[in-house]
Write a protein that binds this ligand. Sequence first.
Ligand code: ATP
Length: 132
Amino acid sequence: MKTLEVSVVTPDGPVLEDNFEMVVCKAENGEIGILPQHIPLVTPLDIGEVRLKSGNDTKFVAVNGGFLEVRPDKVTILAQSAEKAEDIDVARAEQAKKRAEDRLQSKQDHIDFQRAELSLKRAMNRLRVAQR
Ligand code: ATP
């Protein structure tokens, strides 16, 4: 089976570099699946999970937006932050979720709702990926 070289990179450094048969991620226009020899592509990513498949095994990564770059034999995901499922601190994500929910429920003018919504989305994505 042909494989793709996959790198997930953040400003803090590489999160994952390995070879996989298929990559599925959440582009802003919907889910996109990449197989070897895909046409070159650059597209923005949503906050979501990335699935990396090899045979019957699938690895899950929580990705906080960024960009997907596809070349025929290589996929690069550049994200503001990203965590492999096994590296996610569930208690921290639950606290972040609670904080964001409290902010969204408060009626105070100084709350930045868009920021709180994004924070909630990141936390819920981490919790979903951690359960995989
Ligand atoms: P928090 O409010 O808990 O910091 P956040 O969504 O604001 O969450 P980010 O700004 O996306 O956090 O990430 C900051 C750094 O912390 C990144 O390196 C990210 O990978 C890491 N990180 C954030 N939340 C978690 C988590 N629940 N488990 C593991 N690493 C995390």
